[in-house]
Write a protein that binds this ligand. Sequence first.
Ligand code: AMP
Length: 417
Amino acid sequence: MTFENLEIIEPILKALKEEGYTHPTPVQEQSIPIILKRNDIIGCAQTGTGKTAAFAIPILQILKAESNTVRNARSIRNLILTPTRELAIQIGESFSAYGKYTGLKHTVIFGGVTQYSQTEALKAGVDILIATPGRLLDLISQKFIHLHNLKIFVLDEADRMLDMGFIHDVKKVIAQIPKKRQTLLFSATMPPEIVKLADTILIDPIMIAVTPVSSTVDVIDQAIYFVDKKDKNALLSHILKDKSVLSALVFTRTKHGADKVVRYLEKEHISAEAIHGNKSQNARQRALTNFKAKKTRVLVATDIAARGIDIDELSHVINYEIPNIPETYVHRIGRTGRAGLSGIALSFCDEEEKEFLRDIQRLISMKIPIMDEHPFPLIAGQHELVIEKRSSARNRNNNQGSLRRDKPYRKNYTTYK
Ligand code: AMP
């Protein structure tokens, strides 16, 4: 399958070639034809699967075709609602890349900064608006934004909107957009409240689901370090002494844990910054920018903060703690090995985390190689890691909900085959 097979128009094909995209990813292959046919869609897909392009490419194509036939003044015809500033900026960058030969204009608005440059861009006229909910409502009430010409509405990371307490704002936005429209909803998980919302805002949606599991895991070199909890910091700095670790995204379970790791690394003269929910938007964005620009070598993150962050050319993911939800492991390590590049994922496992590791190995159907030549080995019980037949640790520990796989969540929705 190529983008030509998907009947993508020349100005977009040219831009995709320049981006180095040769083949559509599975989520793109599934979504693009459905969106071009103007169907509503529910996409169960994580960042890292190519989901942004899966909606950006057909939206650009639809709006371009419409601009060619109807020559009105520019107005907002597509609204993309996304939970965080980081995601909004990344989506904006994708539109800049894929849409550069289409003549369509987009802008990105989010809170935490002054509104002046945003309102100036809006006054100049845009076709596509990428927004976080709070600032959007604010600028609508100030009459800088009019959505009466809206044709396509995208609700991105719907479950995360819910997590972050934005669902009320989302509903307020939906109340202000035309009822006759195409709606695309993307969500990694489908908690009941999102199912309810989907029922009210979509019409005969087609459901597509991509499992990130085996595809991402295959290209990543993984290793386990059995280590005592108290030795994890020392092991981390030992690993980071190796200059071939060009950039590392380190995952901790808690915000407090992330800060502690950063403080330790700073003492060891290793440049590191933390990114988590207690940091301001500006601090998070700065940490991310420094990391992407390779000014900081190590970014320490919690799962929620790191979700949706797109970092090209990340050499290493380090699980300072093993996640208790096996799918989280897959999402974490999928940060490296992006778009066909190989990557390395190292996991520190202490005695108490061995049960989480068993669950992960069951999920990915493979044994992760053990790295036993390191200065801080965990002596007791290192080699007892056998797949046990007993109630899984996941069932006992999973109180965060888990990823839905490839099943439609409601039988009367059409499912992509
Ligand atoms: P996303 O899931 O939208 O965050 O995309 C993940 C990464 O994959 C981004 O860095 C994209 O630039 C890249 N990407 C998206 N589609 C393709 C494709 N068809 N070929 C290669 N890379 C892609």
